[in-house]
Design a protein around this ligand. Structure first.
Ligand SMILES: NC(=O)c1ccc[n+]([C@@H]2O[C@H](COP(=O)([O-])OP(=O)(O)OC[C@H]3O[C@@H](n4cnc5c(N)ncnc54)[C@H](OP(=O)(O)O)[C@@H]3O)[C@@H](O)[C@H]2O)c1
Length: 260
């Protein structure tokens, strides 16, 4: 199977590290021009340099805090100025945030919704007219398994992610007649910088490899996922071969989520 994205332009948010970076590498190696968005300019520069080593498309970094509406508008304009259009939008930027509901202030709710929901709403709205005109588009909302299976102490993330899943379904219904396909990918546990930060915070009496193996043992396939596995699925969905898949939320979790 030859999965190619030649001639496509992709915006990937939160792409200087982790799953976003793996997608930036996979997409650019598959021929797409890729705009990598993240906040830290140093990490952006490093990510662009690394992705360029295997890219057949172009790669450029854009410093942008996607929880800020004004930064999204400016960055979208800069990406279009650089690459001419946007065909693929991956709403990936996010971070883990889960606590007892009575501890969540209005401010925390708003921050989480700005980062995980409003960023996707705003970027999709900006990309939509061009995708519609060209009758081709792909949007993926990267979510977590809490979107389908919220657990106690899983807010605010689970709630923001469930809203991101509903947004995906609405947009998929509106976009399908125009060739715009919209899907969700629900992350369980995949090795990334986020997992490395959890290791640093918990400081368990074991190596990082042992920590990953221990957490993976509780997953039905017996291990955590790899960022490359996630990126490969995203690339397929965003290719022409993904042309019949829309409006679905795929569990990328090694079987861990108790619902389909
Ligand atoms: N890995 C997992 O097991 C797991 C599980 C559940 C859900 N997820 C979700 O999957 C997505 C990717 O996770 P990951 O594990 O790859 O995360 P990661 O390794 O922590 O990387 C996060 C990326 O997002 C960027 N970012 C964070 N806040 C941002 C903001 N406000 N604006 C723009 N960029 C921002 C970071 O760069 P800067 O800090 O420089 O901005 C970084 O490039 C996230 O939405 C995460 O919540 C992951």
């Amino acid at each position: 199977m030859d999965v190619r994205l030649d001639g496509r332009v992709a915006i990937i948010t939160g792409a200087s590290k982790g799953l976003g970076f793996a997608m930036a590498k996979e997409f650019s190696a598959s021929g797409a021009n890729v705009a990598i968005l993240a906040r830290s300019p140093d990490a952006l520069d490093a990510a662009v340099a690394e992705a360029q080593k295997t890219a057949s498309g172009k790669v450029a970094g854009f410093a942008c805090d996607v929880s800020q509406a004004d930064q999204i508008e400016k960055t979208f304009a800069d990406v279009v100025k650089t690459f001419g259009k946007v065909d693929i939008l991956i709403n990936n930027a996010g971070m883990s945030r889960a606590m007892p509901s009575d501890k969540i202030t209005d401010e925390i709710w708003q921050e989480d919704l700005d980062l995980k929901l409003f960023a996707a709403i705003r970027l999709s709205r900006l990309c939509w007219p061009g995708m519609k005109d060209r009758k081709w588009g792909r949007i993926i909302n990267v979510l977590n398994s809490g979107a389908k299976a919220p657990r106690a102490n899983g807010a605010p993330t689970a709630v923001s992610r469930a809203a991101g899943m509903a947004l995906m379904k609405v947009l998929s219904n509106e976009g399908a007649p125009h060739g715009i396909l919209v899907n969700g990918m629900l992350v369980g546990q995949i090795v990334s910088d986020q997992i490395a930060r959890r290791y640093e915070t918990e400081r368990p009496n074991m190596t990082f490899e042992e920590f990953v193996a221990k957490a993976g043992a509780g997953i039905p396939v017996g291990r955590m996922g790899k960022a490359e596995e996630f990126a490969a699925m995203a690339c397929l969905l965003c290719s022409d071969l993904g042309g019949f898949t829309t409006g679905t939320a795929i569990n990328m979790d090694g079987g861990a989520t108790p619902v389909v």
